[in-house]
Design a protein around this ligand. Structure first.
Ligand SMILES: NC(=O)c1ccc[n+]([C@@H]2O[C@H](COP(=O)([O-])OP(=O)(O)OC[C@H]3O[C@@H](n4cnc5c(N)ncnc54)[C@H](O)[C@@H]3O)[C@@H](O)[C@H]2O)c1
Length: 436
């Protein structure tokens, strides 16, 4: 089939590449000339495991193309997917719909023949109605259906998740659109569950899912706080809880608070959207407030291990909002560094993939290192803020030669505590009373 993807970011690009790999002809549109120029010269604009190989292959065989022009993508498309950003509005914290509305206006005039317009972006309930109205007004003769097609991929696993989705949710009442989508996703027919629902239900499923996951993280963080006082160990508690199939073992890792480009904005958008309908989502509102507070507490926790809060050297390992991605948007690590910088200007940071993005979003007044050992030179405390696999295999003997004081604050509970302690490090993780 012929697919146009509007917005070629963390969702649009892996989705486009995945659909091309399935044999479709894909044209990805982005208004950023820099992005499109980079992609057209064979350079990836994001880091995702497994993306490079599939990208190169499908560029070479001509199944995926990149353009800044709607007219080069939309007219021939059977399905147009909207995957532009829906960032939080800076004041109201609602989803900012300007990019969705602009994309709808821009694509409308180029629709030709029956087309399914699928909203992949995470959008408030009723957005499908708005997009439909914009297209109908801009191009009164267009033959189209607007459907909701929420995206559930996880950054860092985008390619894996594209080919192994837990479910494909399609929100539409149109049989014609349903049949087009069944054909497009036919390769997944025996692999995953298809859920055909009302468009408004589909829009809600995405927000309700993300808000639930954010609450689950908040819950285990609260349990970790309890363990730190009561003498239980959250790692054991989480393991025991996770064996209950009603609870499940995912999202039970305590940490410095959730972050990333989705959970903070989607929890806020869900809470604000509900207020418009006169509903107060107390659990979600508490989760949002406590998560913000937690990041500030974590900064304090790290600084408390310095002999001199203002001048002691801090090594930060990890800036991405989670392992496996170069994305630093709303990363707890970045917030924690910013909080520490209010007190301490002697911080050295390292991340295996996210340094370039971090430089754009942060951080003056920090030193950047090109490996973890360099970052730890003369440090009084090493703070592990992102769960990169690389950090699980640190050479403690080498590390100890670099630091001024052997102390690790592991906010991701990924370091091998026994090995660290055997090598003379003080080790502090989340959800366990400190042994030292
Ligand atoms: N990132 C994730 O893990 C993830 C997962 C599920 C859902 N989502 C949702 O998907 C949507 C996109 O997220 P993202 O992380 O890919 O965003 P992104 O910022 O990485 O990419 C969005 C792209 O859209 C482009 N764009 C904006 N307006 C445009 C227009 N009118 N025409 C063409 N291009 C335009 C931007 O230049 C940008 O490259 C959001 O609603 C997000 O909530 C994201």
């Amino acid at each position: 089939m012929k697919i146009a993807i509007i917005g070629t970011g963390y969702v649009g690009l892996p989705t486009g590449v995945g659909l091309a790999e399935l044999g479709n002809e894909v044209v990805c549109v982005d208004k950023s000339e820099d992005k499109i120029n980079a992609l057209n010269s064979g350079k990836l604009t994001i880091y995702e495991d497994g993306l490079a190989e599939l990208f190169a292959k499908n560029v070479q065989n001509g199944r995926i193309k990149f353009t800044t022009q709607m007219k080069d993508a939309v007219p021939q498309a059977d399905v147009v997917m909207i995957a532009v950003g829906t960032p939080p509005h800076p004041f109201t914290k609602e989803a900012d719909m300007q990019y969705i509305h602009a994309a709808a206006y821009e694509l409308a005039e180029y629709l030709s023949g029956y087309t399914v317009v699928a909203t992949k972006s995470t959008v408030p309930v009723g957005t499908g109605d708005d997009v439909e109205a914009i297209i109908a007004k801009t191009n009164p003769t267009a033959d189209f259906d607007v459907i909701s097609l929420p995206e559930f991929l996880r950054e860092g696993f985008a390619i894996h998740d594209f080919f192994n989705p837990d479910r494909i949710v399609i929100g539409t009442n149109s049989d014609k659109a349903r049949n087009v989508m069944k054909k497009l996703y036919q390769p997944f027919e025996n692999k995953t569950k298809f859920l055909f629902v009302k468009r408004r239900s589909s829009e809600t499923i995405k927000y309700a899912s993300n808000a639930f996951l954010a609450m689950k993280i908040h819950y285990i963080n609260e349990m970790a706080n309890f363990c730190e006082k009561s003498g239980a160990d959250i790692r054991e508690v989480a393991q025991g809880m996770g064996l209950d199939s009603r609870i499940g073992n995912k999202f039970l890792n305590p940490g410095p608070g959730y972050g990333g480009s989705c959970f903070p904005k989607d929890t806020n958008a869900m809470a604000q959207m509900a207020k418009k309908y006169g509903v107060h989502l107390n659990l979600i509102e508490t989760t949002i407030a406590k998560n913000d507070q937690r990041k500030a507490e974590m900064a304090e926790r790290i600084l408390s291990h310095l002999s001199d809060r203002k001048n002691g050297r801090v090594a930060v390992l990890g800036l991405a909002f989670k392992g496996g991605t170069d994305d630093c948007r709303e990363s707890p690590a970045m917030d924690i560094v910013r909080d520490m910088l209010k007190v301490n200007r002697n911080i050295c940071v390292y991340d295996p993939k996210a340094l370039e993005n971090a430089r754009k979003l942060l951080i003056e007044n920090v030193d950047y290192a090109s490996n973890p050992y360099e970052a730890c030179k003369d440090a009084e405390v090493i703070a592990v803020l992102t769960e990169w696999e690389d950090f699980k295999n640190l050479d403690f003997v080498k590390l100890k030669r670099e630091v001024l004081n052997p102390c690790i604050v592991d906010l991701r509970n990924i370091i091998n505590q026994k090995q660290a302690e055997e090598n003379g490090f003080e080790y502090y993780c989340i959800g366990q009373i400190a042994q030292n």
